[in-house]
Design a protein around this ligand. Structure first.
Ligand SMILES: NC(=O)c1ccc[n+]([C@@H]2O[C@H](COP(=O)([O-])OP(=O)(O)OC[C@H]3O[C@@H](n4cnc5c(N)ncnc54)[C@H](OP(=O)(O)O)[C@@H]3O)[C@@H](O)[C@H]2O)c1
Length: 401
């Protein structure tokens, strides 16, 4: 292997889809990457396997362990591996601020990921950010924190990674947090359209949980898979892009691209459009974020240029999928609006997964809760947490009616 800079990682949410793909990238990186810390919420048995394989210095279990015999086994394996175990969400801070961690992979799902993202940025770490909710909920605060303390954010979300890569290729004076946005005409986020792209309003009323969990192109965690089906995922990504790249919501467009090969595009002021292409496989944007600016071969799938294939693009159907308009409005409002949208959506998706809310009502619930929240323009972390709490309670009340 040619010379390289060692990447010492804390992987938050190591038992999830992004966490597991991250560890796959680490496996293929030989000595280039080292796992210092891991976190899991409920899946202690997988965490135990990861401890055995990667021998991290420290792990955090954020949920109260339910299975006592499994916990005993985990403690034993951790002892043999020289790994310390901490419990509780507050312990995440201890692992992200460690001196021997260079990069924090923020891959917890939902607004639960915000605090550790902020903690890492506060001590000037580089955050490889999968947890888009950090920017949806606290976009302005997160970007200000990065700027103030010298922290860096490199996106893992494939669309934002694509935009990031295009910007780095075309503009040469960008730094991680201060993009050269003056030549950007438009950021074009691609969306597969999800499994119900061509469904009528009537068909959307009969979508089952199993239908919604079958994504045509990506293998992901349950919450983001449902978000992709409602297109709320794309709404969250509009908000994420607005903060990450510092552009106006009017500079962000969405195009339906069912093949998920072009991950996003940037149109520059001279009319030139740059796109990033690769088969749908999260290991590429993960490796890009962890290794940047190094580039080594990646275990992700590669394009096959010897076969016939076509790439299609369609404008999104805003009537069937009102989520996109909500995303643009929330990106415009900023403040507490993102926290409220995200919390309402998390509760609504959970209710849908428990078959307590029909699929087509998820977006309606989000819009209803957003319509009557007490908006705060420049919220602190505490105000964001209060808005999140209020929206969860309000959504539960709405659902119980
Ligand atoms: N999957 C993708 O392809 C993809 C692509 C782009 C962006 N993202 C983003 O990446 C993040 C992770 O997505 P995912 O698909 O990997 O989700 P996932 O498969 O559901 O995994 C979520 C991870 O977070 C942990 N977790 C769940 N609730 C938690 C809590 N309250 N506190 C602390 N940890 C908690 C889980 O632990 P246990 O499993 O141990 O319970 C698991 O390790 C999301 O923000 C998502 O939007 C994902």
């Amino acid at each position: 292997m040619s010379s390289f800079a060692l990447r010492r990682l804390a992987v938050l949410g190591s038992t999830g889809s992004i966490g597991r793909s991250t560890l796959d990238v680490v496996r293929s990186a030989e000595k280039r990457m080292q796992v210092v810390a891991l976190s899991a919420h409920t899946n202690i048995s997988l965490l135990t396997e990861q401890i055995q394989e990667f021998r991290p210095q420290i792990v955090v279990v954020t949920h109260d362990p339910q299975n006592v015999s499994q916990l005993e086994k985990t403690r034993q394996i951790a002892k043999e591996s020289g790994t310390k175990i901490l419990f509780g969400a507050e312990s995440l801070t201890q692992i992200v601020i460690r001196d021997d961690v260079d990069i924090v992979v923020s891959a917890i799902v939902g607004s639960a990921g915000l605090k550790s993202t902020l903690d890492a940025l506060t001590v000037g770490k580089t955050v490889a950010l999968a947890n888009k909710e950090s920017l949806v909920v606290g976009g302005e605060l997160v970007m200000d924190t990065a700027k103030k303390y010298g922290g860096k954010i490199i996106p893992i979300d494939s669309e934002h990674s694509a935009v990031w890569q295009c910007l780095r290729t075309r503009t040469n004076q960008v730094t991680e947090n201060e993009q050269n946005t003056k030549n950007i005409q438009k950021i074009i986020l691609t969306a597969s359209g999800g499994p119900f792209r061509n469904f009528s309003s009537e068909q959307l009323k009969h979508v089952t949980v199993a239908d919604a969990l079958t994504h045509p192109t990506w293998q992901m965690g349950k919450k983001i898979t449902v978000d992709s089906a409602t297109l709320i995922n794309k709404a969250l990504e509009i908000i994420e892009a607005r903060w990450l790249f510092g552009v106006l919501p009017s500079q962000i467009a969405v195009v339906i691209h069912p093949q998920s090969v072009i991950h996003s595009m940037v149109e520059f002021s001279d009319g030139s459009v740059m796109a990033q292409l690769s088969p749908p496989d999260m290991r590429l944007p993960i490796q890009w974020a962890i290794d940047y600016p190094q580039q080594f071969s990646c275990p992700s799938k590669k394009m096959n240029w010897t076969e016939n294939f076509s790439l299609e693009f369609f404008p999104p159907n805003l009537e069937q999928f009102p989520a996109l308009q909500i995303g643009l409005e929330v990106a415009e409002q900023g403040g507490t609006a993102g926290a409220v949208l995200n919390a309402a959506n998390e509760v609504a998706v959970d209710a849908f997964l428990q078959e307590q809310l029909p699929f087509h009502k998820i977006t309606t619930v989000c819009q209803t809760i957003l319509n009557h929240h007490n908006y705060e323009r420049r919220p602190t972390l505490e105000q964001l947490q209060a808005a999140d709490h209020w929206a969860r309670e309000e959504t539960k009340t709405w659902l119980s009616r």
